[in-house]
Design a protein around this ligand. Structure first.
Ligand SMILES: [Zn+2]
Length: 93
C-alpha cells in the first residue's frame, strides 16, 4: 500500500509548543492570532529548520520532540520575537 509521506519542519511544532510558556512570562503581550503568528514566524526565521519525513496519520509523541539545547535556543528566539511584535503589532486596533 502506498504511503503518504510529507516533510515537516519539526522546529515549527517546538516553537508553537513553547510560545505559550514565553507568553506566560509576559502578561502584557498581545495574544491575538496575528501577533502569535508573527511571533512564531520571526522566531522560526532565526532558528535552523529541522525537517523530518512523516507519514500521514502517524502519531508522534511529544516527549521525544525537544532536546534541551533546542529548548533554550527556541526560548531565546521567541523572547526576541515577542519584543519585536510588541513594539510593532500588526493587529488592527
Ligand atoms: Zn495582537
Amino acid at each position: 500500500m502506498a504511503q503518504e509521506l510529507f516533510l515537516k519542519n519539526y522546529m515549527e511544532d517546538c516553537v508553537w509548543e513553547l510560545l505559550d510558556k514565553v507568553l506566560e512570562q509576559d502578561p502584557a503581550a498581545c495574544r491575538c492570532p496575528a501577533c502569535r503568528y508573527d511571533m512564531v514566524a520571526l522566531a522560526l526565521n532565526n532558528l535552523p529548520p529541522r525537517y523530518v519525513v512523516r507519514e500521514k496519520g502517524e502519531v508522534y509523541s511529544k516527549a521525544s520532540m525537544l532536546e534541551i539545547q533546542h529548548r533554550a535556543d527556541i526560548y531565546t528566539a521567541l523572547t526576541k520575537a515577542l519584543a519585536i511584535v510588541k513594539q510593532n503589532p500588526r493587529h488592527e486596533s
